[in-house]
Design a protein around this ligand. Structure first.
Ligand SMILES: [Zn+2]
Length: 269
């Protein structure tokens, strides 16, 4: 399912999705930045409450995004991402955490998993790698936030393992996708990062100034394969956020002054 990623819009709200997930009943949506409202970057569809934006505008943006993709904004289930590798199981009582205020978001977590239907998991990104997982057999889903720290902490692999432990999924049945995020074309890193990713040296291209281009998509793909996911089941959007700042939020391109795109994953009833 390489490059199995499409852009679409509804009510003028644009998002990308993975058709392979949709075909078996899973909704995927990676928001674009057009047609929103924000005090951080005016006019953009910032979906995150933790970046100093006007909360009323963020909630209106979430409402628009939810309406465009066909989910209930009050059921968005979110977490406070800390570039770690904690995986949280979403049970009935946690549905809607962080949907309407940052105060009740799930703390210190970078991956959410659930087997419940109609629970739109929502994580926030601006260059970091979204990893989406869905199991057509059990209906379980998992969504992870993998920046370089989370990737070094093997969050993609840990999310698959958690889904196996908690829901009994078989990794070889999983569909996986790597969403829009910073590509090897733009992601310059130093030795500190390379040292923390031993075993993935093939994903670094050495530059003449002693720094490296890092292919985070490939590191995460390799981790998924190590966890037992089948190569043919891994889709990669292949879209670099730093290269497409008119479409997506890019922390690097905008020097940190940016909103966050949302990636939503949900099993439809
Ligand atoms: Zn790029």
């Amino acid at each position: 399912m390489q490059n199995d990623f499409k852009l679409t819009s509804h009510n003028n709200i644009w998002f990308g999705y993975f058709p392979g997930f949709q075909q078996v009943g899973f909704l995927t949506a990676c928001s674009c930045r057009f047609h929103g409202e924000s005090d951080v970057v005016p006019g953009t569809l910032n979906l995150a409450l933790h970046v100093g934006d006007n909360p009323k505008k963020v909630l209106r943006n979430r409402q628009k995004f939810a309406a465009a993709i066909g989910v209930n904004a009050e059921r968005f289930t979110t977490c406070a991402q800390v570039h770690g590798s904690n995986v949280q199981v979403i049970t009935e009582n946690l549905i809607g955490s962080g949907a309407l205020s940052f105060a009740d978001t799930i703390p210190e977590t970078d991956a959410l998993i659930t087997v419940l239907a109609d629970v739109p998991l929502l994580l926030f990104y601006a260059d970091c790698v979204p990893v989406l997982l869905a199991d057509p057999e059990t209906g379980a889903i998992g969504l992870a936030h993998a920046g370089w720290r989370g990737t070094a902490a093997q969050i993609a692999k840990k999310t698959v393992q958690a889904m196996a432990e908690v829901f009994g999924i078989k990794p070889q049945n999983l569909l996986a996708a790597i969403g829009p995020s910073i590509g090897a074309c733009c992601y310059e890193v130093d030795d500190v990062v390379r040292e923390k990713m031993r075993g993935y040296e093939t994903c670094f291209i050495e530059k003449c100034d002693g720094k490296y281009w890092l292919d985070l998509w490939q590191v995460n793909r390799l981790q998924l394969l190590e966890a037992g996911v089948v190569p043919a089941n891994v889709s990669t959007a292949g879209v670099c956020t730093n290269h497409n700042p008119e479409l997506f939020c890019s922390y690097r391109y905008e020097n940190g002054k940016t909103g966050r795109m949302g990636v939503c994953l949900c099993r439809k009833e």
